[in-house]
Design a protein around this ligand. Structure first.
Ligand SMILES: O=C(O)CCC(=O)C(=O)O
Length: 406
C-alpha cells in the first residue's frame, strides 16, 4: 500500500515557497492503490449520498423574448430560490449549444496535456489566474481532487484578453483554444447581464439597476477537471465554500457532483442537459443586505468517471463600491429601519481578503466585515492624529457604525 504523495520539485527542486509540493498528476496518482494523505478530508466533511435539492429550473424563453407575464413568473421563482439558498437552474438561455460543447472540449484538451505543458500556465503567488493542481501551491492538507485553469474576462476592455492570456502562457499554437474560451465568455457575459436584469426585477429595483452595476465588470472563468478517484468516499473535488464573487454560472457536464448545504444538510444539484446552474455569491448577498443568500457548496468525485465543470464568476469592476440600494434598507413600516449587515467595500478589497486570509466559507463575508470593523475602530482612534487615513477616504467609519454583526 503506497499512500505517500506524488511529489515533484518545481523549478530545480523547489516550489515558489521553497518547499516541495504535492503535484496533482492524475496519471501518477491513479496508479496508487490509496490516495495520498493530503487528499483525505476529516470524517465530518466526507461525502455521502444526499437527497436532491429542490431548485427551480427557470425557462428564460419568455423573458428573453419580452413576454411580461412570463418575466414576472420567472422573477418570482428566482426571488424564492435566492431568498432561501441562492441556487437555480436556467434553460432556453440562448447560449449556443456549440459554444457550451466546445468550451468543455478545449478544457479537456488542455487537461490532457503533459503536466510540464500545463505548468507553463501555473498560477504565480498572489495571482488569481493560471493552472493549479489541487490548490497544492497554497495548502498542504484537505486538498481537493481536481485541477483548474482560471483566467480573467474583462466586460468592457480588451476583447482579445482571453486569447492573449492563453497564448502568452502556452504558446501561439493555443490560439484556437483561446478563441473558443473567448466566445464562451462573451456568451456568459450576455447571459450574466440578462440574469442581472431578472434579479433587478425580482428585487423591484428595475431591470437596469444591477445590469448597469455589472456591465463594466471583470469576471473570472475557471475550468475544473475532476479525474476519477480510487477512494472518492475519503475526499472532495471542491471543498465547502461560498463564492466571494457576485454570481456564478456553472456549466457542469452530465456527471453528478455538485452539492449545496441547504436546510442543514448537503443536497445534490443534478445536471440537466442543456441547463446552466446559477448561484448567488457573497458580493451579491452584500448588495442586497443579505436578502439573497450565498450558500456553501462543494463538489464530490467518483470512482469511474471523470467530471468537468466550467464556472464563470461574475464580479463588479474592481474599484466599484458594493453597497445595498437604499430601497432595500426600508423597513416594513416604510421607514429606513433595516440595519446594514456589511460595510461598503470594493471587490478588489474582498478578493484580496479571500486570497490572503481564508479558504472561502460560509463565514467569509462575516469575517471580512469583522476585520473592517476592527480596522475602522483602530483607525478612528488614531484619526485624531491623522485625518487623511484610508478608513475616512473609503467612508468606512460612518458605515461601520451602521452595521449589525451577528
Ligand atoms: O464543479 C462544481 O460543481 C462546483 C465548482 C465550484 O464550486 C467552483 O469552482 O468554485
Amino acid at each position: 500500500m503506497d499512500s505517500s504523495p506524488a511529489t515533484l520539485d518545481l523549478d530545480k527542486g523547489k516550489s515558489d515557497c521553497g518547499n516541495s509540493v504535492v503535484v496533482f498528476d492524475p496519471s501518477v496518482l491513479q496508479k496508487q492503490s490509496n490516495i495520498p494523505e493530503a487528499f483525505i478530508w476529516p470524517r465530518c466533511e466526507r461525502p455521502h449520498q444526499p437527497e436532491e435539492l429542490e431548485v427551480p429550473v427557470v425557462d428564460l424563453k419568455g423573458f428573453l423574448e419580452g413576454d411580461a407575464a412570463s418575466t414576472s413568473r420567472t422573477a418570482a421563482a428566482i426571488r424564492g430560490a435566492c431568498a432561501s439558498h441562492g441556487f437555480f437552474q436556467v434553460m432556453n438561455h440562448k447560449v449556443d449549444a456549440a459554444a457550451l460543447h466546445d468550451a468543455l472540449r478545449v478544457a479537456d484538451e488542455f487537461f490532457e496535456l503533459p503536466l510540464s505543458t500545463k505548468l507553463r500556465a501555473r498560477r504565480r503567488p498572489g495571482c488569481t489566474w493560471g493552472y493549479v493542481g489541487a490548490h497544492a501551491d497554497r495548502f498542504a492538507s484537505m486538498l481537493p481532487w481536481k485541477e483548474t485553469l482560471s483566467f480573467a474576462y474583462d466586460y468592457s476592455g480588451n476583447r482579445d484578453g482571453v486569447v492573449d492570456y492563453i497564448t502568452s502562457k502556452l504558446g501561439e499554437e493555443f490560439q484556437p483554444m483561446g478563441r473558443v474560451h473567448r466566445r464562451y465568455c462573451a456568451a456568459m457575459k450576455d447571459l450574466s447581464l440578462s440574469i442581472m436584469e431578472l434579479l433587478g426585477i425580482s428585487l423591484r429595483m428595475g431591470r437596469d439597476y444591477y445590469r448597469n452595476f455589472f456591465e463594466d465588470g471583470s469576471s473570472i472563468m475557471r475550468c475544473n477537471n475532476y479525474p476519477p478517484c480510487q477512494e472518492p468516499e475519503l475526499t472532495l473535488g471542491t471543498g465547502p465554500h461560498s463564492d466571494p464573487t457576485a454570481l456564478t454560472i456553472l456549466h457542469q457536464d452530465q456527471v453528478a457532483g455538485l452539492q449545496v448545504f441547504a436546510e442543514g444538510k448537503w443536497r445534490s444539484v443534478s445536471p440537466i442537459a442543456g441547463a446552466l446552474v446559477i448561484n448567488i455569491g457573497d458580493t451579491f448577498m452584500a448588495l442586497t443586505n443579505g436578502r439573497y443568500k450565498s450558500c456553501l457548496h462543494r463538489a464530490v468525485v467518483n470512482r469511474d468517471r471523470r467530471r468537468r465543470s466550467l464556472a464563470f464568476f461574475v464580479c463588479p469592476q474592481a474599484d466599484k463600491v458594493v453597497r445595498p440600494a437604499k430601497e432595500l434598507l426600508v423597513g416594513r413600516d416604510g421607514g429606513g429601519g433595516v440595519p446594514r449587515k456589511y460595510p461598503d467595500f470594493t471587490w478588489a478589497e474582498l478578493l484580496e481578503f479571500t486570497q490572503s486570509h481564508y479558504r472561502t466559507d460560509a463565514s467569509t463575508l462575516q469575517n471580512f466585515t469583522q476585520r473592517f470593523l476592527t480596522y475602522s475602530i483602530h483607525l478612528s482612534l488614531s484619526s485624531n492624529n491623522n485625518s487623511n487615513n484610508k478608513a475616512i477616504k473609503t467612508g468606512m467609519n460612518k458605515d461601520a457604525s451602521q452595521m449589525e454583526v451577528s
